[in-house]
Ligand binder design. Structure first.
Ligand code: PRP
Ligand code: URA
Length: 209
């Protein structure tokens, strides 16, 4: 089992508290999500394998560290994943990007796919799937399965908030995919919302209802 890592950095926790507050504006919510995504990316990439290359500084040659392997892929689960994606690309500008369009049917809570576009060579790259919310985990499980079906074998799932029920379900569906999250909240409510949560991430990001 790959397990769930809670990113407890004080800046992450402080920003998350402001995102939870119901009085935080759409503009504030988006800015906080972009800022927090940079910090989350730092943690999710912390153990990437390093190799070295020979370079020359202005003073002498040296072997210097660089990240090994092909460019990363960030796979954004639309819409809300895009709020994390922006800051991630600031930190890793050469990353490739996949988009997976999914929405959660409000009655069945099952994901409905409306878009999929990903780089060809997923099997050779680390794929970080991003979506702020892991609630029932139905969306995350479907997004990861879609990427596996297209050849991805090395994946991580990055979110902002998770429900314990979602973590357990995701781990049993994809035990090989580690979860990184800023918090694991108390529970899901009867409508599949994370409690206490922050509400509907997509709606809060884009000012929709
Ligand atoms: C939200 C969220 C996740 C999903 C999580 O998306 O961004 O994708 O719900 O719920 P689950 O774990 O129960 O599947 P939503 O369907 O509201 O779409 P949106 O991002 O377009 O608003
Ligand atoms: N999707 C959200 O945006 N929020 C939740 O609490 C659950 C699913």
């Amino acid at each position: 089992m790959a397990g769930a890592t809670v990113i407890n950095h004080p800046l992450v926790q402080h920003k998350l508290t402001h995102m939870r507050m119901k009085e935080t504006s759409t503009q504030g919510f988006r800015r906080l999500l972009r800022e927090i995504s940079v910090l989350l990316t730092y943690e999710v990439t912390r153990d990437l394998p390093i190799t070295s290359i020979g370079i020359e500084t202005p003073l002498q040659p040296m072997d210097a560290p660089i990240i090994e392997g092909k460019k990363l892929v960030f796979a954004s689960v639309l819409r809300a994943g895009n709020g994390l994606l922006e800051g991630m690309l600031e930190l890793v500008p050469a990353a490739r990007v996949a988009h997976i369009g999914l929405y959660r049917d409000p009655e069945t809570l099952k994901p409905v796919e409306y878009y999929f576009k990903a780089p060809e060579d997923l099997s050779e790259r680390l794929v970080v799937v991003v979506d702020p919310m892991l609630a029932t985990a139905n969306s995350a499980i479907a997004a990861v399965q879609r990427l596996k079906d297209r050849g991805a074998t090395n994946l991580r799932f990055l979110c902002l908030l998770a429900a314990p029920e979602g973590v357990a379900k995701f781990e049993s569906a994809h035990p090989d995919v580690p979860i990184f999250t800023a918090a694991i909240d108390e529970k899901l409510n009867d409508h599949g919302y994370i409690m206490p949560g922050l509400g509907d991430a997509g709606d809060r990001m884009y000012g929709t209802k």
